[in-house]
Ligand binder design. Structure first.
Ligand code: GCU
Length: 385
């Protein structure tokens, strides 16, 4: 099903990969309702544009969550250490349990709260590729610099995405998707990225009950596949007040229609289970998508958004990630927020922190580095305090 969409025409060459983008490409307008009418007020956008846009992302790309908080949802602290990280933090291991028609499931977020906090702490929620361990600050897939986060007055919580839904093509039976849906899956049924986002929402359900946490200031952060999950979860669940995409690339922050490096055909061939089946229709047919990823970024507005790229990460395509931020700006502006600090992609390692959309291009490879975290916390310092 294709909705009639109002398109903006771009002819300008994009940054970093100019020659490949010179052709005319039609990009959907993030302020347009399905009938083509442009929203001119936040209320009109919330009523007429946001719901059908969100629904298009569910139906065509990530799949529909069949459940939110299950009836028998429980979150318990199963381990607590008030003197973690040399006495600077309180560590809590949480056990989240639930059941549905297909069985029961559980996962174990690890939370660290600064002992210096005099009021509920703003929090960074990390989608983790591995089992979070507060003693390991450098994971295989990116940093979780817990000491630095705590020293800056933030709490942080991480959960292992594969505990919610295994990050494997044959992992379906062992995850939350099997508990709430049956195979064969419908063409719009949730993929693993959506299931991981569901997990983040359940962590939020717990955080809202913990008096040490300021649940109005929770940032979602993920790198790479987890960056895609973070942006999608931030669109689905408006309780997250700050959403961070670290090198999320294809099907994350990057615009699909101008994308170089990884494209839909690559990602749906290698990782079909991350998405709903409908997404495969757009492999090599990006122009047929009724939406593009800048509208996903627009769904975060008017909340805080940060997108980061890395100079050597051509598979993610920094130009397409930045272009997506540029094209998401009208939504932020509609809400009276500044979009990006500047529409020119900044020099490497120059963070743009002044708008409602933060951005930097780190020198180096595809990674979540401590320096990325520093920019994300600087942005929070500036906009949250
Ligand atoms: C692969 C995949 C990317 C993804 C990355 C990751 O490279 O093609 O889309 O971001 O894995 O998650 O590490």
């Amino acid at each position: 099903m294709f909705l009639k969409t109002h398109f903006i025409r771009i002819a300008a060459p994009l940054l970093l990969t100019p020659s490949l983008h010179a052709a005319e490409i039609k990009i959907p307008d993030p302020l347009a309702a399905p009938d083509g009418q442009l929203a001119t007020t936040p209320d009109a956008w919330m009523a007429n544009v946001r719901p059908p846009t969100l629904q298009n992302f569910r139906e065509q790309i990530y799949g529909v969550r069949p459940v939110e908080k299950p009836a028998d949802f429980q979150a318990k602290v199963i381990r607590e250490d008030p003197q973690a990280l040399d006495g600077t933090a309180t560590l809590k291991e949480i056990e989240i349990t639930y059941s549905g028609p297909g069985g029961s499931g559980k996962f174990h977020p690890l939370l660290l709260i600064p002992n210096s906090a005099k009021s509920p702490a703003p929090t960074f929620l990390l989608f983790s590729f591995g089992k979070p361990d507060a003693s390991i600050e450098k994971e295989k897939f990116g940093a979780w610099p817990v000491r630095e986060i705590i020293a800056r007055g933030y709490a942080t919580v991480a959960f292992h995405v594969s505990e919610v839904d295994p990050d494997r093509a044959d992992g379906f039976a062992e995850g939350v998707r099997a508990i709430f849906s049956k195979q064969p899956l419908a063409p719009n049924a949730w993929g693993a990225l959506s299931a991981w986002g569901w997990g983040a929402s359940r962590v939020m359900d717990y955080l809202e009950t913990d008096k040490a946490i300021d649940a109005k200031r929770v940032a979602l952060i993920g790198h790479s596949r987890c960056g895609k999950a973070a942006v999608w979860a931030g669109a689905e669940d408006p309780r997250f007040s700050y959403v961070i995409s670290n090198n999320s690339g294809c099907s994350g922050a990057a615009l699909a229609r101008t994308k170089q490096g990884e494209r839909i055909i690559n990602i749906t061939t290698k990782f079909p289970y991350w998405f709903c089946e409908n997404y495969r229709k757009y492999a090599d047919h990006e122009a047929d998508l009724p939406i593009d990823q800048h509208q996903l970024l627009g769904l975060i507005a008017p909340r805080l958004l940060y997108v980061a790229s890395a100079t050597q990460d051509s598979w993610s395509d920094p130009a397409a990630e930045f272009e997506s931020c540029v094209r998401a700006q009208p939504v932020f502006r509609l809400f009276g927020k500044k979009g990006l600090e500047s529409e020119t992609q900044p020099a490497p390692d120059q963070a743009m922190l002044d708008g409602g959309i933060g951005y930097h291009l780190r020198t180096g490879k595809h990674d979540l580095a401590v320096s990325d975290w520093q920019h994300y916390m600087d942005f929070a310092d500036r906009h949250w305090k």
